[in-house]
Structure formats: C-alpha cells, structure tokens
Design a protein. Structure first.
Length: 512
C-alpha cells in the first residue's frame, strides 16, 4: 500500500490525539511490566504473612504466568473482535480489580486466585496496547519515536519494578506492591477512554475460532507449566515430560486446525511472513537470556554482596538508562535510516558482550568496574534491538490482524521468560551442586564452608550466563539472516498480506 493510497477516500488519517494516547498506553504497559518483577521482591514477606508453604510459593508467580501466557492469543483475537480501545479499558479495569483482591488477600487461595485473574486481564490488555500503537502510528518517523518509547518501557520496566518493589516492601508493606497498580490502571483507563480514537473499520468480526482458542490455550498453558515445573522438579520428572509432550501435540494440532478453518484464531500469514517470524524467534531467545540474568543478579547482589532490596533495585539503574538510551536515542533515530536487522543483530551482540563481562563475576567483584559497564552494555544493546523488533512485529499487518500479531510478540516474550527462568536456573543449580561437592571436603571450618557455598552460587551463575551469551549470539544470527526487510518507506504490502489487501481496511502501512 503506497503513501498516496493512504490518502485515498476511506483511508485512515492520523489521529491528532495519538501522542496523548501514547502516554496512557505506555502507562498501562509500564504497569504490566512492573508487575512481573515487583511481586518477586514482595514474595518472601507475603509468604510469611499468608502462611504459604515453600512448596506452594511458586504458584504466586506460576498462576499469573499460566493465565497470561495461555490466554494471550485469545486476548489478541478478542481485541480485534471488540475493538482495541474497549479491550484495553476492560483489561485495565479487570487488572486493577484483581490487584485490589491480591493486596487484600487473607490466605493463599485468595492470593493465587488474584494472580490468575491478573494474568487473564493482562492477556487482554497487553496485545490491545501494542496493537493500538500499530494502528495509530502509521508515519515512519512517528512510528519510530512511539515504538522507541514503548520499547524502552517494555525493556526497562522490569528493573523499575525492582526499585519500586524494594521501596514498597521495605518502607510500607508487601500489599502495596499490588495496590500500586490501581492508580496506574485508573489513570490509564480514564485517559484511554477520553483520548484514544481507534481507526474505524479495523475490527475482525469473523466468528470466534473455538477449537483454536481451546487448543492454543491448553497448549501454551502446558508449555509454560512444563518449564515452570522443570525448574522445581527437574527435567526428568514424569509430569514435566508429560506436559511437554501434551504441549507439542496440542500446538501441532492447533497449527493444522488453523490452516483449515475459515476464520482462524491465528491466521498463519501472521507468523509465516519471514520478517515477523524472525522477530518472534529472536525476541523470544533474547528474553530467555534476560529473564535468567535478572534472577541471578538479584540473588548475587542480595545474598552474596548483602545489598538491601532498595539498593538492589538502584543497582539495576544503569540497565534502565541503557535501555532508554538504546530505544529512544539509537533505535528511534536510526530506525528510519537503516534496515531493522542492522539494529537488531548488532543490538543483540552488544548485549551479548555485556553478558560476556558478567562471566568474570566473582564474590569480590567490584560493582563499578564489572557490573556497571556490563549492565550499561546490556541495556544499550537490548534497547536498540527491542525497538525495531516491536515495530516490525506489527508491520505490514492488516488492521484486522493487529491484535493477534501483537499477542504473538507478548507470547514469544512470556514463553521466553518461562523457558529462561527454568533453563538457566537448572544450569546454575547443577553447576553449583558439582562445585560444592568438589570443594566442600577441603573446608574444615564454618566460615570456610560458608565461603564454598557462596563460591558455588557464583560459579553456578557464571556457568548459566555463558549459556545466555550463546543464546544472545543465536538471536543476533537469526535477526541478521531471517529479517531481510529494507529501511522504512511507505511501500507496498507484500507477501501473504497482499493476498487479502482488497478486503483489508486501508491503513497506511510502513513496510520495511
């Protein structure tokens, strides 16, 4: 679709309130990303207050992950069906109500239920937010700025959550890590209701693909639960293996069904397009590396270095600064001048270099000379790569598929997070155990034994970080080889999207 086509009768004109709308979309995205890490900081206090056993404590995280990861595709399709603005506001209202329930929890069942509800409404909210950006920002330069801001929040919000979570837990009460979502949600929902003007005619009113909904939800839930269970019970556990087998069968059946039904939940044209496929895959791999790192660095700083929760949160600030700089200054400025792969590939490699520095981590490592430069490199690299990846993931998509395409970005991130936490944790735990077994015999006093324990932990982390380096290099290779889009211009819709261009809504598309 050409630029002139976008000005034809019936074409969607740029919304004059789009920059105000971006503020509220970004606020909602920040709330969802914050929630992923803020609750982790509060978990020990909440566990003690509510009497949650060590065996059940993982469900505070798992209940959210299963609902969110399992329902994302469904949430994206509902956004396309209802309209993204309506899905966005409903998602915010539901997330706020679930957060209030979590903050008021009096027992573990109430807490688990609240977390699952947060996941359900998050699965509606997240794809609606990204797809609103996709249909509202259609000019190449404006799109670059908008996605730069969104990418910085998506990448850096988790680290902000560590700071905020530390403050709230240390100085107020763990319940405020839930209650803090309510003002975010109320302001974002009110702003969205009055400011956002979604382009007309972009809905997908086809009948809901019920078999697709059931198969994709069960398949993704089984996959996320398989990785979550592998972390606690091991990879050879019979239920873990059963979950992976069930997930494979369900997701394969889902693909076969989607290829045949008239109105699929996930039109295969969305994922088989080379550039989008490359984005989903490389982004998922990068998230695997990042999620494991957040976990290891949090434990390293608190357990090994003795930092408080607040000090730990502030220690992540260089990564946030790097991500914001990478997204808004490097990514946004270069996105309209160079092909996306030349931002994504080098971005992942710079992040891998930062990760490589962390393989030198020891008990006495200096924050200023090792952790600080490593985190800056990680932030810069990921920020530069995330921004074009987020934009390209919804590029060239018809308006009626925008919600589902956005849901696929979130799905690759959510599944990547589950895999990263389980896979890298397993690597770290295995390396720690073998180190302690080899060295404990020579430790004759209690201080020496404690030192061996700490050395074993750090040895485990650095072993896992080597894996993360390899994963980031793989993400860079995939981005450089699979993503072949050129630099942005208002070009024609190509490939699978062109097949349906006649009955698509005439939305101006920035085709890279």
């Amino acid at each position: 679709m050409s630029e002139t086509a976008s000005k034809a009768p019936g074409a969607v004109q740029a919304d004059p309130g789009r920059w105000k709308a971006l503020v509220f979309i970004a606020l909602a995205q920040l709330m969802v990303v914050l929630d992923a890490t803020i609750v982790n900081i509060a978990l020990p206090s909440a566990q003690q207050d509510l009497g949650i056993s060590d065996g059940n404590r993982q469900w505070v995280v798992t209940a959210y992950a299963l609902a969110f990861g399992g329902l994302l595709l469904f949430g994206g399709r509902i956004a396309d069906l209802w309209g993204r603005k309506r899905a966005f506001v409903v998602g915010l209202a539901g997330f706020a109500a679930a957060s209030a329930l979590g903050g008021a929890a009096t027992n573990e069942a109430m807490m688990f239920g609240a977390r699952a509800l947060q996941g359900v409404f998050g699965a509606l909210l997240a794809p609606a937010a990204l797809s609103l950006l996709a249909v509202m920002f259609t000019d190449a330069k404006e799109r670059a700025k908008a996605f730069g801001i969104y990418g910085a929040i998506a990448g850096g919000g988790g680290a902000v959550g560590l700071i905020l979570g530390g403050f709230l837990t240390e100085y107020l009460d763990w319940r405020w890590t839930f209650f803090v979502n309510i003002p975010f949600a109320v302001v974002a929902a009110a702003g969205a209701y009055f400011v956002i003007r979604e382009p007309e005619g972009g809905r997908n009113r086809s009948p809901l693909d019920i078999p697709g909904v059931v198969l994709s939800t069960l398949g993704l839930v089984a996959l996320v639960y398989g990785f979550t269970r592998a972390e606690s019970e091991g990879w050879s556990d019979s239920l873990t293996v059963g979950m992976f087998v069930a997930s494979g069968v369900l997701l394969l059946t889902f693909v076969l069904v989607e290829a045949k039904v008239k109105a699929p939940l996930l039109p295969l044209r969305v994922i088989t397009e080379r550039n989008r496929g490359g984005v989903y895959l490389s982004l998922g791999l990068a998230i695997i590396a990042m999620f494991g790192l957040f976990l290891f660095l949090t434990y390293y700083l608190q357990v090994v270095k003795g930092y408080t929760p607040v000090k730990t949160g502030f220690a992540f600030l260089p990564m946030i600064v790097g991500m914001i700089t990478g997204s808004t200054q490097i990514g946004a400025r270069l996105m309209t001048r160079v092909p996306p792969r030349l931002l994504m590939g080098p971005g992942f490699l710079v992040a891998a270099l930062g990760m490589l520095l962390l393989t030198r981590m020891e008990i006495g490592s200096s924050y200023a000379t090792l952790l600080l430069p490593a985190m800056l490199l990680l932030g810069l690299g990921m920020g530069s790569a995330f921004m074009p990846a987020m934009s390209l993931s919804t590029q060239g998509v018809q308006a009626r598929d925008a919600g589902v395409a956005s849901a696929m970005v979130n799905t690759s991130q959510q599944v990547g997070g589950a895999i990263g936490t389980a896979l890298l944790n397993t690597v770290a735990a295995s390396a720690t155990t073998s180190y302690i077994t080899d060295h404990m015999a020579s430790a004759t006093s209690a201080p020496q034994r404690q030192l061996v324990q700490l050395e074993g932990m750090v040895h485990g982390y650095t072993n896992a970080i080597w894996f993360a380096v390899g994963i980031l290099v793989t993400a860079a290779v995939i981005a450089l080889t699979l993503v072949n889009a050129g630099k942005p211009d208002m070009g024609a819709v190509t490939g699978s999207d062109a097949e349906d261009a006649d009955d698509a809504v005439p939305v101006p598309v920035v085709a890279h």
